[in-house]
Design a protein around this ligand. Structure first.
Ligand SMILES: [Zn+2]
Ligand SMILES: [Zn+2]
Length: 282
C-alpha cells in the first residue's frame, strides 16, 4: 500500500494578497501549495503569504521540508519570512533557488536583508539549507520524483510535476498558454507534461473580457486552461492564481461555467476553483 499523497492549497490568489469580505470564501493569500508524503516529507510549491499557515501546522510535526519556487515575483516569495519552521533549530528546511533567476542566490533568503525584513538571512543560515545544485537531482535523492517545464511568463517561470507510484500532480502557476509573442513552451509540450494528471493546478487568472488588455501579462484565460485539461485527460483540474479583483461570487460563477463545459466536452475531467484549505488525497 502506497503512502498517501496529500495536496493542500494554502494560497490561491495571484499578484497581491486580497483580503476582505468579497474574498473570504476562496481566500486572499498568495500562492502556496503543499504536497505531503504522510508525515515524512513536505514539498512546498511557492512561498506566497499562504505559507504562513502551513508553517504553523508543520511546527508540531517532523516532516523534512523542501521549498521550491516557480519564480521570484513578489507574490511567490513574500510569505517566506513568516514561515515558522525556518526559525526552528531542530528543523531541516531545504530551499531551492528559482530556476529562472540569473545571478540570484536564493530570492527567499535574499529578501531577508535587514532592509526589507528585520531578521537577516545570516541569522538563519546553518539551520536551513539553500541547495545550489540541480533541484531535480537533489529532490530525487530525497525520494521526490520531480520534473520541470518552462512556462510562458514575463521574466520566466517554471512548472513542476510530481510522479509517485502512478500518481501524478502538476503545478503550473503564472503561465500564459497563448502568449502574443513566440512562446517559450508550445501547447503540445504542455499537453504532454500534464498527460493523465490526477491533479492539475493551473493559472486561470483571466476571463475573455480581460483580453486583449492583459494579453502578454503572463496568465491564462479560463477557457484555454479547460481545453488543456481536456486534451491532457486530466482527472481533476484546479483553477488557480485568481485575479485579486475577482470576488467570491464571480469565482462561483466561473466554477459553474467551467463545470458545465467539462460535463459537455470532457466528462472524465472534474473541475473546481481552488480555495484556501482545499485538500486532495491520492
Ligand atoms: Zn504570480
Ligand atoms: Zn509572476
Amino acid at each position: 500500500m502506497n503512502e498517501p499523497l496529500t495536496v493542500t492549497l494554502w494560497g490561491v490568489r495571484g499578484s497581491i494578497p486580497a483580503p476582505g469580505e468579497q474574498t473570504v470564501r476562496y481566500g486572499g493569500n498568495t500562492p502556496c501549495v503543499s504536497v505531503e508524503w504522510g508525515d515524512e516529507r513536505c514539498l512546498v510549491l511557492d512561498a506566497g503569504t499562504g505559507i504562513r499557515a502551513l508553517g504553523g501546522r508543520l511546527l508540531g510535526e517532523s516532516a523534512e521540508i523542501h521549498v521550491i519556487l516557480s519564480h521570484s515575483h513578489w507574490d511567490h516569495i513574500q510569505g517566506f519570512p513568516f514561515f515558522a519552521p525556518i526559525y526552528d533549530r531542530d528543523r531541516v528546511v531545504r530551499m531551492y533557488p528559482s530556476p529562472v533567476d540569473k545571478g540570484t542566490l536564493c530570492s527567499l533568503i535574499e529578501q531577508m536583508d535587514g532592509a526589507h525584513f528585520p531578521i537577516r538571512a545570516e541569522e538563519l543560515m546553518g539551520i536551513n539549507e539553500c541547495i545550489l545544485t540541480d533541484p531535480i537531482d537533489h529532490m530525487a535523492q530525497n525520494g521526490i520524483r520531480l520534473s520541470q517545464i518552462a512556462l510562458n511568463h514575463p521574466g520566466g517561470a517554471c512548472g513542476y510535476r510530481v510522479d509517485d507510484s502512478g500518481r501524478r500532480i502538476v503545478y503550473m502557476s503564472d503561465n500564459e498558454l497563448s502568449p502574443p509573442s513566440e512562446p517559450t513552451t508550445q501547447w503540445d509540450q504542455f499537453v504532454a507534461f500534464c498527460l493523465g494528471a490526477d491533479v492539475l493546478i493551473h493559472d486561470a487568472q483571466y476571463l475573455p473580457e480581460d483580453m486583449p488588455r492583459k494579453h502578454g501579462w503572463g496568465h491564462s484565460v479560463v477557457d484555454q486552461v479547460l481545453r488543456l485539461a481536456a486534451e491532457a485527460e486530466v482527472k481533476r483540474l484546479v483553477l488557480f492564481h485568481h485575479d485579486p479583483e475577482r470576488t467570491d461570487d464571480q469565482l462561483d460563477a466561473i466554477e459553474a461555467q467551467a463545470q458545465d463545459w467539462c460535463r459537455e466536452n470532457a466528462p472524465a475531467t472534474e473541475c473546481c476553483v481552488g480555495a484556501e484549505g482545499m485538500t486532495f488525497t491520492l
